[in-house]
Write a protein that binds this ligand. Structure first.
Ligand SMILES: *[C@@H]1O[C@H](CO)[C@@H](O)[C@H](O)[C@H]1NC(C)=O
Ligand SMILES: *[C@@H]1O[C@H](CO)[C@@H](O)[C@H](O)[C@H]1NC(C)=O
Ligand SMILES: *[C@@H]1O[C@H](CO)[C@@H](O)[C@H](O)[C@H]1NC(C)=O
Ligand SMILES: [Cu+2]
Length: 229
């Protein structure tokens, strides 16, 4: 009985530990939920995407078909992406951006168009411990590259929860896409460019990994290098 109770309790803890990323932080102000971020399928369940090859791996909007309002962000300024709670699972974060050919509101983000602008990886020390600096943060913040060209972009956060990542398909991806209009930018050429989905197979050492035992001696962040302008 006690075993069953603690099993049910821990299931509850796992479910309530899910999260979404419904807000941006622009000029220090948190935007209202799902205004500048496309409302994701999981806005009510907080559940993750686990299929890295699915269409939902891009912006997770197959059911909502959501678009958003585009918010101005100065190149070189800090842009935050905030969850509806905290990043409650152990794991890592990537942020990708993609430039829309014209109006981002009506753009789906397809093609080899995504570049990585930020990552928060795991910290290892050769096998004694592995820690996850992103865990328990409300969100992340990064500098929009000063040399990024002005224009409209999708900004996609991917928080990769690794507590169940020891078996194939066990990593959980918490994803959302914001819409920003970069102003005062430069003439940089972001690279490398990747397609999402397409960027991962799911077998990467940073996605298919048992973080508990044996303790990993190192950690390889999934995806391309960060472009910072
Ligand atoms: C973005 O900035 C442009 C130029 O300053 C301005 O015309 C536009 O109203 C701004 N958009 C929003 C949503 O504030
Ligand atoms: C972009 O498209 C949306 C939806 O059609 C529209 O409401 C918005 O005014 C357009 N914005 C610009 C800058 O053309
Ligand atoms: C984007 O910013 C430019 C100024 O750099 C402005 O002219 C344009 O109207 C803005 N577009 C949107 C969608 O806010
Ligand atoms: Cu969860």
């Amino acid at each position: 009985m006690r075993l069953l109770t603690s099993f049910v309790l821990s299931l509850g803890a796992i479910a309530s530990a899910h999260y979404t990323f419904p807000s941006l932080v622009v000029n220090g102000a948190v935007t209202p939920e799902w205004v500048n971020v496309r409302k994701t399928n999981n806005y009510w369940s907080n559940g993750p995407v686990t299929d890295v090859k699915s269409a939902d791996f891009r912006c997770y909007t197959s059911e909502t078909q959501a678009t958003a309002s585009t918010i101005n962000v100065s190149a070189g300024s800090q842009l935050g992406i905030q969850s509806n709670g905290v990043i409650s699972h152990p794991g890592v974060v990537n942020v990708y951006m993609a430039r829309a050919p014209s109006n981002v509101t009506t753009w789906d983000g397809s093609g080899n168009v995504w570049f990585k602008v930020y990552q928060m990886t795991a910290v290892t020390d050769g096998g004694t411990s592995i820690t996850f600096p992103a865990a328990n943060l409300p969100g992340v913040s990064f500098t929009v590259p000063k040399s990024l060209s002005s224009g409209q972009y999708l900004v996609r956060i991917e928080s990769i929860a690794l507590h169940g990542a020891g078996s194939a398909g066990g990593a959980q991806f918490y994803i959302s896409c914001g819409q920003i209009n970069v102003t005062g930018g430069g003439s940089g050429s972001p690279k490398p460019l990747v397609a999402i989905p397409g960027v991962y197979t799911g077998n990467e050492p940073g996605i298919l990994i048992n973080i508990y035992w044996p303790i990993p001696t190192s950690y390889v962040q999934p995806g391309p290098a960060v472009w910072s302008g």
